[in-house]
Design a protein around this ligand. Structure first.
Ligand SMILES: [Zn+2]
Length: 178
């Protein structure tokens, strides 16, 4: 955010609040060079994010749909909806922080599962069963064993699966329960 007075590139946020419409975030910033203050309105919501499916189709990221999928995965589990809303928010922020308006559906699914796993293990397995399209019990068991071997909080920062993707895999995370 460039300073309107001296054009310096760095500023710090001194105050931040939602505007009345809720569509923009109003920020008071202070230039790190000349120390003068200025206001910015950042319209985070107006930039659409796209999920790129395996066949190349792009679909606009839909937080309500994702939340719907998470609610289905956590049905009858003791997970507060507010927790899921926070998760969706976190995901959206992570997507917006990537610097690209597109994300492969597979990556999105992994982002969600990584976090869901820390919230509820049953929900994680349910979500994974749809997202990873388990083909049989052995496949499902492998995922559960992996979960047991690395309980939430103990896993490495970048867990990666060894097996290659199957056709059609990773296409469903946004369609759960729909
Ligand atoms: Zn300045």
């Amino acid at each position: 955010m460039r300073c309107p007075y001296c054009a310096h590139g760095d500023s710090k946020v001194v105050d931040s609040r939602d505007s009345e419409t809720g569509e923009a975030i109003r920020r008071r910033r202070e230039c790190l060079s000349c120390k003068r203050r200025f206001t910015t309105y950042e319209r985070v919501e107006s930039v659409p994010l796209y999920v790129v499916k395996k066949d190349g189709r792009r679909e606009e990221f839909d937080r309500h749909k994702l939340l719907g999928g998470l609610l289905t995965a956590t049905k009858k589990r003791e997970v507060a909806p507010a927790r899921l809303e926070a998760l969706v928010e976190e995901i959206e922020n992570a997507l917006r922080g990537r610097g690209s308006s597109e994300i492969p559906s597979r990556e999105l699914g992994e982002l969600v599962m990584e976090r869901l796993r820390d919230i509820d293990e049953i929900a994680y397995v349910r979500f994974a069963s749809v997202y990873r399209s388990f083909k049989d019990m052995a496949d499902m068991r492998a995922t559960i064993e992996q979960l047991l071997a690395q309980p939430p909080g103990t896993r490495r920062p970048e867990p990666r699966r060894a097996r290659p993707a199957r056709p059609g895999e990773g296409e469903l995370p946004l369609d759960l329960g729909k």
